[in-house]
Ligand binder design. Structure first.
Ligand code: ADP
Length: 159
């Protein structure tokens, strides 16, 4: 079975991420969304909150499951017997970062292939950091993130 892993921080998951999930789930037999526990980033949501939000949004996709991991992404992919790492590309800046990561990962794990899906044009502007900034300033993010994430952001910023 061809298992692919879509790793990321998903702090929080956006419609841009979901678009990549839906499309990748049609290409691969099994897709595992791997949520990094503690990346070198300041996070708004805990790992439990991020896992729950992602699980709620992908519950209708039969060949998609959600796991969390710490440490190297390639080690996680090996642990679930994955063959492919899926990433999304929005702009040249994403490309430079992803290319550097792909080349490094190829040195460390030659058996894993990286597949990048281009963003759909309507999500090109979407990033988790922009969503957090808008929500923190009490702007509306409806339509940019799933409804459960809108509620979770409301709860965080109404405190
Ligand atoms: P990371 O911290 O690993 O970059 P993110 O959760 O920010 O994790 O993103 C995970 C992946 O999803 C990355 O490959 C990123 O480029 C991609 N991605 C993020 N937003 C979008 C979007 N709007 N359209 C397509 N891909 C996206």
């Amino acid at each position: 079975m061809k298992t692919a892993v879509y790793p990321g921080t998903f702090d929080p998951i956006t419609e841009g991420h979901l678009d990549i999930v839906r499309r990748a789930s049609k290409v691969f037999e099994e897709l595992i969304i791997g949520i990094h526990d503690k990346p070198e980033k300041r996070l708004l949501f805990s790992i439990e909150e991020r896992v729950t939000m992602v699980q709620e949004t992908v519950k209708d996709l039969r060949n998609v499951r959600v796991e969390h991991f710490s440490g190297l992404t390639i080690d996680f992919i090996h642990s679930v017997k994955g063959m492919v790492m899926v990433r999304g590309l929005r702009a040249i800046s994403d490309f430079e970062r992803e290319l550097a990561m792909a080349l490094m990962n190829k040195e460390l794990a030659p058996d894993i292939e990286m597949v990048c899906l281009m963003t759909s044009s309507r999500y090109q502007f979407l990033s988790s950091s922009a969503i957090k900034e808008i929500a923190s300033l009490r702007g509306s993010v409806k339509g940019m993130v799933p409804d459960n994430v809108v509620l979770a952001l409301d709860r965080k910023f109404s405190k």
